[in-house]
Design a protein around this ligand. Structure first.
Ligand SMILES: Cc1cc2nc3c(=O)[nH]c(=O)nc-3n(C[C@H](O)[C@H](O)[C@H](O)COP(=O)(O)OP(=O)(O)OC[C@H]3O[C@@H](n4cnc5c(N)ncnc54)[C@H](O)[C@@H]3O)c2cc1C
Length: 257
């Protein structure tokens, strides 16, 4: 039988120290993904770093909204601006109440496009120490990092839409987040390919800035992403639905003026 080292840090500093360079560390946030994997013998942690008492659940609502890594999706849904609040309101109530922001970012969850559209940054620690970077840069990284918090400015307006199968216990087939910020409209999409993280849509944003209608600008989303087949939906379906979803989100953003 293998032994598992279980550590329970009681401060963010201690969590960072125990995480170190993250090699051979399994971080446990809300555990909604990790715990079933361990239970079913699909994950064998060497060092489980439990975050529940780490104090990483801070929420600071000033000029910048700072959301600690262990803030639950349910709590986030209550305080976040759109499009993040709707993204956090995932249909499965048990997962919403237990799943955390840090775990969601790490697992391709529905928060990703909303955070990108908001221009949010991730504060994390790992090899090389603490750093803060845009969500997209963080998601593109490959070395282990402990998420400490996400930071964002409240936008002027935002809309989050998703296409989902009726059963609540699945991920969104496609998700779209749009946010009007001081420097214009920002668009991000997720769910278009099983292994891809959410991305910004610069082609759509450029078309909008150039005066295109919502529908014409939305068509440019297929220049920004290549939809793929996965068990939830086909690439064919995604190519047809994604521009419609983006156009609807942009129209709703326009109506919110
Ligand atoms: C039935 C079911 C339905 C679901 N529905 C949805 C849905 O509709 N939308 C959606 O977005 N997600 C959904 N999920 C996925 C998931 O549960 C959530 O995204 C949740 O937010 C994950 O957070 P957690 O804290 O429970 O993650 P955990 O299980 O604790 O961890 C998940 C991963 O993230 C890592 N991790 C956790 N916290 C940190 C941190 N602070 N820093 C670095 N790494 C970390 C862990 O090591 C692990 O690799 C669903 C899951 C289930 C089981």
């Amino acid at each position: 039988m293998t032994t598992v080292e279980v550590t329970v840090p009681t401060s963010p500093g201690e969590a960072a120290e125990l995480f170190g360079d993250g090699v051979a560390v399994t971080v446990v946030g809300g555990g909604t993904i990790v715990v079933p994997l361990v239970t079913h013998g699909q994950l064998h942690p060497v060092h489980a770093l439990m975050l529940h008492a780490s104090g990483l659940d801070e929420l600071v609502d000033g000029d910048t909204l700072t959301v600690g890594a262990t803030v639950t999706l349910a709590r986030l849904a209550e305080i976040a601006p759109e499009p993040l609040a709707t993204a956090a309101r995932i249909p499965d109530l048990e997962i919403r109440g237990q799943g955390t922001v840090g775990g969601n970012l790490h697992t391709g969850g529905d928060l990703q496009p909303a955070l990108i559209a908001l221009g949010a940054c991730v504060r994390s620690v790992g090899a090389g120490g603490e750093r803060i970077e845009p969500v997209e840069d963080f998601l593109a990284g490959s070395e282990p990092r402990l998420v400490l918090a996400v930071e964002l400015e409240r936008p002027l307006a935002g809309v989050y839409l998703e296409q989902r199968r009726t059963h609540s216990r699945t991920y969104a087939v496609l998700s779209v987040a749009v946010a009007r910020r001081d420097d214009g409209v920002h668009v991000a999409v997720g769910g278009f390919a099983e292994r891809a993280h959410a991305v910004a849509c610069p082609s759509v944003e450029r078309a909008l800035a150039g005066g295109a209608t919502a529908r014409d600008a939305a068509a440019a989303v297929l220049e920004d992403v290549v939809p793929e087949d996965d068990p939830l939906a086909s690439a064919w379906y995604r190519r047809r639905v994604l521009p419609v979803l983006v156009a609807r989100a942009l129209e709703q953003l326009e109506e919110s003026r």
